[in-house]
Design a protein around this ligand. Structure first.
Ligand code: NDP
Length: 284
């Protein structure tokens, strides 16, 4: 049999991109599964996205991840979208199926898997979310599609928050409500799952936490954070102090990377190894 000297190519396009650890995690998984894939971490400026996506086709790349600032703008260069990506209006991964580019959003699915791994099911639950940016959109839509009863969105920008609430009410069976987040946020007492989906607390600003009345968190709530660096965020520390069960952003990150691996390769991802690789990368 002729030997192939060609690796399958995947990667990530973004700006800034230098601190994105996904390549280390995916490459460790490719090695572990004996797959000849390479993950390229590529600086793509906003103005160059069209050429970069043409490059995906020209280089016959198997797919790419998209991160800031490309998750929404990339949609115009794709042939198809998953249902969730279409509702969310953003894509974080693309699969190249013989020249047809298919966009998916695995951020919210990775979040749901990190909850399921702790035996938490969102069906029938009231999920309260801080923020209305990309992560909040993906999480709230996936929770709604997974059967959450009620979604409360708190955001400092009214228009952005209301737009997300309208979208959930129109496109899913969940009931969504907006809370204008002007002062310290009081967590609704019937909240089952309380989530920080803002960027507050992300490294290097690890001494910051969202503006919340932390004594409104109770011990029967599950409190989750999208922040993965530092995974022991002040937000989660405050919640743990009130007796709540806490889940950090590492599981969401590793699980969405694992889903991307499976979608590109068709092979089950070594999730445990991927989480371990991430922890090592962050010296945890
Ligand atoms: P966006 O910029 O799209 O959204 C950030 C959100 O945070 C916006 O709603 C923004 O409000 C809000 N926000 C920012 N500063 C404050 C503040 N001081 N007080 C209240 N709200 C604030 O970013 P993303 O949604 O893409 O990412 C958010 C975080 O999620 C990042 O830290 C990212 O690293 C993390 N993330 C984690 C993932 C994981 O796998 N664990 C996956 C994806 C993201 P406004 O727009 O009005 O300023």
């Amino acid at each position: 049999m002729a030997k192939s000297y060609r690796s399958e190519l995947v990667g990530c396009f973004g700006n800034p991109i230098d601190e994105n650890p996904t390549g280390v995690v995916e490459e460790a998984a490719f090695r572990a599964k004996g797959l000849d894939y390479r993950y390229l971490t590529v600086l793509v400026k906003e103005k160059d996205l069209a050429q970069a996506m043409a490059g995906v086709r020209a280089f016959n790349m198997r797919g790419v991840n998209l991160t800031i600032p490309h998750k929404v703008k990339v949609i115009q260069y794709l042939d198809e979208l998953s249902e969730a990506a279409e509702i969310i209006g953003a894509v974080n991964m693309v699969v190249n199926n013989e020249g047809r580019l298919w966009g998916e959003n695995t951020d919210g699915k990775g979040y749901l898997t990190s909850l399921r791994n702790e035996n938490i099911d969102v069906a029938g639950k009231h999920v309260t979310i801080l923020g209305a940016g990309g992560a909040a959109r993906a999480i709230s839509v996936e929770c709604a599609l997974a059967g959450a009863r009620k979604i409360t969105i708190a955001n400092i920008d009214r228009a952005q928050g209301e737009e997300l609430v309208d979208l959930i009410n129109k496109r899913t069976a969940a009931k969504a409500e907006f809370v204008f987040w002007e002062e310290a946020f009081e967590v609704p007492a019937d909240t089952d799952i309380f989530t920080n989906a803002t960027s507050v607390g992300l490294f290097p600003d690890i001494d910051q936490k969202p503006n919340v009345k932390y004594n409104t968190i109770t011990s029967d709530m599950v409190v989750t954070d999208v922040i993965f660096n530092d995974p022991n965020s002040l937000f989660l520390q405050e919640a743990a102090r009130r007796g709540a069960k806490t889940i950090n952003g590492l599981g969401m990150l590793a699980n969405q990377a694992a889903m991307n691996f499976k979608l590109w390769t068709g092979v089950e991802a070594p999730v445990g190894l991927m989480i371990e690789t991430l922890r090592k990368e962050f010296n945890l």
